[in-house]
Structure formats: C-alpha cells, structure tokens
Design a protein around this ligand. Structure first.
Ligand code: ATP
Ligand code: MG
Length: 658
C-alpha cells in the first residue's frame, strides 16, 4: 500500500447489549479500565483462573523480543485444567460433549468420560514410546476422539499438530515431515455429505514418505475396510484397553503445546507454535469474556473444525477449561437437509453459537425460511470468526437466527494470535454490524500508516498489535527468521535501535470516527484504483447489501487506464432470476448500487454472476485465484482449495464478458 486505505463504507447502525445480558455479564466495562491501569497485573489475574502446580515468578519476559515468555517459572498441566479439576470438583457427570454424527448417531460424553478416555490415551501413547516434547500428528474427523487425542498429548507434554481431515496426502506429508511427528492418530474415515469419507488411505500414502512416524493409531468410525501395516494399532484395542489411571505431570508454562499450520489463504502455510500457560490463560479468559459462558446453564456450539485454530481454542481448550457443555457435529451443514444446523440448535437447546461468515452467507443464499422452520429460542448470543463479516450478513444473522435481539460478537484473531484479540464484549459494547469494535481488555491494537504512525479516527491502514499478549505465537516451527520477517519486520525497524516491537497482522483496517476498528481484508488483497487504495471487503459488503446478492468477492485486475480495476464475482440469493436480460439488468443495477453506496471510484468495471466462489478448506474466499481469472492467467497454487471444480465453473463463464 502506498497510502492509507480509502474509507468508503459508512455504516451507522448500532445495537446495545440486551439489558438482561448486560446486567448479568461475566465481564463488565471495568475490565478495560483495570487492564489499562496495569496490563500485566490484569493478565496475571486471568492466569489465576487456572490451576497452577507452581506459581510463576515473572509475568512477561520480553528481554529477547520478539520471542516472548509468559508466566516464567510457572508450571501447569493443560489436560488437568480442562478435565481433572472439574471432575475433582464433583462435576464429573456434567456433559462435556453432545456429539452428533452426520448420519444422526449420537454420543453423550461427560467430563468423567472425557477424563477417563484421555487418561487411557495418555497411557497408550506413553506405551508407544511418546514422551514430552515429541510431536504427534492428528488427522481425524469431528469425533470426540479428536479432543481426546489433543488432550492426551497435552497431558503427557507431547506437541500435537492437527491436520484438517480434508487435506490431501501431500499436505499431510509436508506437515508430518515439517514437525517430524513420531505418531499419527487417525480414523478409518468419517461421514461427509451422506457417505463415508476415508482417511486411512491418505495416512498410508503420507506415512510411506515419513520415516519419522513409528506408529499409527486408528479410530474405527465408519467401519470400512482399511489396509493394515505393522505400524498400525486400532484405537479400541490400544487406548480403550489401557489403564484409566494417569496422574498428570505439570509442565513449564513455555512448554510447546501445539503446532498448527495457517490456512494458506495468501502463502505457503506457516507452522505456528503455541505454548502452554499463556495460551490457556487467554483462550480460557476470552471464552469467559466474549461468549459470556455460564458453564452451569449454557450449551455452547462452535461449528469450526478441530483442524483450524478456532477448533483448538474454542472447541477444546477455551470451553473445556471453563467446564462448558458443548455440541460437536461431525458433518456438513446441508446433510441430509439445509436445516441441519438449526435442527441441532433446536435439539440440544444451544444458547451460544459461534460460526463463520461463509456459513452465514450460505444460509442467506438458502433463504430465511429455513431457520424459520426451527425453534431457535434457546439462543442468547451469536459469534462470528474467520473473515470480515459484511454488515448485511451480520444483520441477517441477528435478524433470522437471533430474533432481531441477540448480540453478535464479531471476533478478530488469527492462528498466530491463538485467541480472540478484537471483539465486542456482549454485555458492554454497542456493536456496529461489520466492525470488530475494540481490542479486548489487555490487548493493545492499532491502525497505522505506511510509516507505522497511528492513523487518526476516520483513517485506514494496517492493523498492528503494539504489546505482546499471553497466547501469542512463540515462533514459526523451525524457522525463527521467517517468524521475525513475517510479523515483526514491517514496522519493527525501530526495534533494533531500542524502539518498540510492533506485530504486523497482515490485515488492512480502518478506525471509524469513534475509533472503532473495521477489518478490511488482507493487505495482499487491497486494490489500487486510480491512485486510491480500496478495500475488497468494503466493495463486497456494498454488493452484499443489495437484496439480490448473498455473497461476493472482489479483486483488482490490471487495467491500462486505472492501474487496477475492480472485478466482482457475485452469488445471487435464492430465487433471483439471472438468465438473459434479467441477468444483464441485475449487473447494471449492482454496478450502480456500489457507486451509490461507496462512490463512483468503487464502481466495478465488471461483475460476474457465479454459482460459487473459490474457498479454502476453512471457508475463506481465495481472492488470488479470482485475480488469476480476472487477469486471464493460469491459476496459482490450488492445493488448499475446498472444491477445485468451482474454478472451472468460474473460468468458463469469464469469456461471456459482462
Ligand atoms: P494464511 O496466513 O496462511 O494466509 P489465514 O490467514 O487464512 O492463512 P487464519 O489464521 O486461519 O489463516 O486466519 C486469520 C485471518 O482471518 C486474519 O488475519 C483475518 O484476515 C481473517 N479474520 C479472522 N477473523 C476475522 C474477523 N472477525 N474479521 C475480519 N477478518 C478476520
Ligand atoms: Mg494469516
């Protein structure tokens, strides 16, 4: 970016918290003041929400910045905090996981059950020779064993590396090799889109090229036939026959807890390393604060996959450390029908729902009649994560899922940040649709210009974090230089001369007139049109605010007169007529609608009506591929793409030249 981002979108709607929620909120406005007064003391108090076997002697050691140490000298066991302490407090019979398989089979797993299974898995892994510091790869469907496998690793100090079950053998191989994993935990398969989807053959293919792997533990889920080798062990013969007695040893606060590869939206995935004490402190606190989680009464459901950081922090570590009861669902949102999510909310009386904009926009596309067919009255709080949420999608979510009453928390964070960083507090913040609002207590975020200077309210630029935070990544696994280069060098030049280290998140953002933060998409996606930096997010949000559009992606394509020109891809809502003249008319209307909403500078040169958009397997729009299409290039790396046939559909329509 050669100048600050143009600030085009003007969204003025604002929604105060429901009075009852505000009156009973876990966290009130005081938290901001307390953290502002003494940030480290604030985090020290949040660490005190956990059970420590040994107290730390220093909250933060930043002397070797940007390599942080939090709660130095402290010791704890993550699995003990997520399981044993609830069981010891007499809450063993409380449901930890209401599990729903895609075919409709169910399991009810209590804290006592989860504790027992985790102890057995810890014993089985130890028996297989896994010791503290070893890496274990986990490649599982969304079944309770996924949480058990992670917790068992944490319990014995092994570092897990969860690989999303949709990834190919190549992707799995790279991740196993990068971390030199000793054991792989997998399943015969899982159920997806109404049929078994095999995992074991992919593991077999990967393991053949991974000499570090000594053993493969296989959960039986689908019952399909699998090939077997000397390294393979059935979970039910190994784990479920192991002793349920296991005493958790404490580990150092900085002991490596897990490696997780970023989703690869912009570049080659990075193996992000998280450690123990700071990570658990912040995931646990943010679950309590942002979701206002009341473990006695709430039923929480995060729809993410365990293969993403959201699954790590807000299915496993955050909710379980708080003693939550949650729903875990194996399958896809439209199997066997498009109301499946709402059916699950209704069935388990879910009170807190945390999902992604891509799903909300898909639900918009399917139409509001579908959620209207279910009783969603148990819900009291809605959350969003993964991409900027367009104001219209936010409003739709609140209106048709949240009865027009519920707070929506738009939570900004990354694999690298480990936990939520910028978000409304549901009992405090008067949320604006499309804005992540303010940094959480204890977090110092800012928006800066090219020179790293804070932009004034009303300005746009780069999102940065000015102070270290407990759940921050500690490095990129095996690549300290890439860690410094990627995150700490863009605005960190002063650091070498005794200035401050500034974390560069890679996202564009603006501050509105009230100083609230709006995420504007990745810096790599920002467009430069006639000398103006324009955010893809804002143009997309303008398109989505048209009643006929459910979802849109926008890219800047090279243009001889304007430098870059805006090319948009839009998915029409359910019943919209798009063939022939009706389609031409809609495109003309949409171009004018954007010009009217954002100004003539943002009027797309070209709009394509498409049935789908290319997305990563975590559901994020991959704009770089659309840029390839718009510039008539052959496609770049598509290995993290969810469905490669989407690109054929889009490319073939491109010749039509709208
Ligand atoms: P890679 O870094 O490999 O390109 P990725 O950034 O998609 O992959 P994640 O760590 O899963 O991997 O995603 C974090 C990014 O997702 C953020 O940097 C931001 O761009 C986007 N994001 C997440 N939540 C929000 C949100 N609430 N609002 C806006 N953007 C969000
Ligand atoms: Mg990223």
């Amino acid at each position: 970016m050669s100048e600050a981002l143009a600030n085009l979108l003007n969204e003025t709607r604002q929604f105060p918290p429901p009075a009852e929620l505000a009156a009973n909120a876990n966290v009130t406005a005081d938290a901001y003041a307390e953290a502002a007064e003494d940030r480290l003391a604030f985090w020290e108090r949040q660490a005190g929400r956990l059970h420590w076997d040994r107290q730390w002697n220093q909250v933060l050691d930043w002397s070797n910045a940007p390599f942080a140490k939090w709660f130095v000298g402290g010791q704890l066991n993550v699995a003990y905090n997520c399981l044993d302490r609830h069981v010891e407090a007499g809450r063993g019979d409380k449901v930890a996981i209401h599990w729903e398989g895609e075919p409709g089979d169910t399991r009810t797993v209590t804290y006592a059950d989860l504790h027992k299974l985790t102890c057995q898995a810890a014993n089985a892994l130890t028996e297989l020779g896994v010791t503290a510091g070893d890496r274990v790869a986990i490649y599982l469907p969304m079944i309770p064993e996924a949480a058990v496998a992670m917790l068992a690793c944490a319990r014995i100090g092994a570092t897990h590396s969860v690989v999303f079950g949709g990834f190919s053998a190549d992707a799995l191989t790279n991740r196993i090799q990068d971390a030199s994993a000793k054991v792989v935990i997998t399943a015969d398969g899982g159920f997806r889109r109404g049929k078994p989807s095999a995992l074991k053959p992919t593991v077999d293919e990967a393991v053949a090229n991974c000499p570090s792997v000594e053993h493969v533990l296989v959960v039986r889920r689908t019952g399909e036939e699998v090939a077997w080798s000397a390294k393979d062990h059935w979970w039910h013969e190994t784990v479920e026959t192991a002793s349920p007695e296991h005493t958790a040893q404490p580990f150092d606060a900085e002991h490596p807890l897990f490696i997780l590869y970023t989703s690869g939206t912009t570049a080659r995935p990075k193996g992000i390393l998280h450690t123990t004490g700071g990570y658990l402190t912040q995931t646990s606190y943010t679950t309590h604060a942002v979701f206002d989680l009341k473990p006695e009464t709430d039923v929480y459901w995060c729809t993410a996959d365990i293969g993403w950081v959201t699954g790590h922090s807000y299915i496993v570590y955050g909710p379980l450390s708080n003693g939550a009861t949650q729903v875990m669902y194996e399958g896809t949102p439209d199997t066997p029908h498009k109301g499946r999510f709402w059916e699950i909310v209704d069935k388990y009386k879910v009170t807190i729902l945390y999902t992604a904009p891509t799903l909300i926009r898909t639900m918009m596309k399917w139409g509001e009649d579908i959620p209207a067919g279910y009783d969603l009255s148990s819900l009291r709080l809605l959350g969003s994560v993964g991409e900027p949420i367009n104001p219209e999608a936010w409003i739709w979510y609140r209106q048709y899922v949240g009865r027009g009453e519920l707070p929506v928390v738009d939570t900004w964070w990354q694999t690298e940040t480990g936990a939520i960083m910028i978000s409304p507090l549901p009992g405090v913040t008067e949320a604006k649709p499309g804005s992540a609002m303010t940094p959480l207590p204890g977090i110092v975020a800012d928006v800066v210009d090219d020179q790293g200077q804070s932009v004034p309210n009303g300005g746009g630029g780069y999102l940065v974090l000015r102070e270290p935070w407990p759940s921050m990544l500690r490095t990129i696994w095996g690549d300290d230089n890439r860690f410094i280069e990627t995150y700490w060098s863009r605005f960190g030049a002063g650091a070498n001369q005794g200035g401050d280290w500034v974390y560069f998140a890679g996202d564009g953002a603006k501050k509105d007139d009230d100083g609230h933060i709006w995420l504007l998409g990745r810096v790599d996606d920002v467009m430069l049109v006639s000398g103006h930096n324009i955010s893809t997010t804002e143009v997309e949000s303008a398109l989505v605010s048209h009643p006929s559009v459910a979802e849109a992606a926008v890219v800047g394509a090279t243009d001889p007169t304007t430098g870059q020109a805006i090319v948009a891809f839009a998915i029409p809502r359910g019943s919209t007529e798009i063939s022939g003249a009706a389609g031409e008319q809609l495109i003309a209307d949409l171009r004018n609608h954007v010009a009217k909403t954002l100004g003539p500078i943002a009027k797309p040169r070209q709009i394509m009506l498409v049935p789908e958009l290319p997305k990563t397997r975590s559901g994020k729009i991959m704009r770089r591929l659309l840029r390839d299409v718009a510039e008539h290039r052959s496609l770049g790396d598509v290995t993290t793409l969810q469905d490669s046939s989407v690109m054929d559909m889009i490319s073939s329509g491109m010749g039509a030249g709208k």
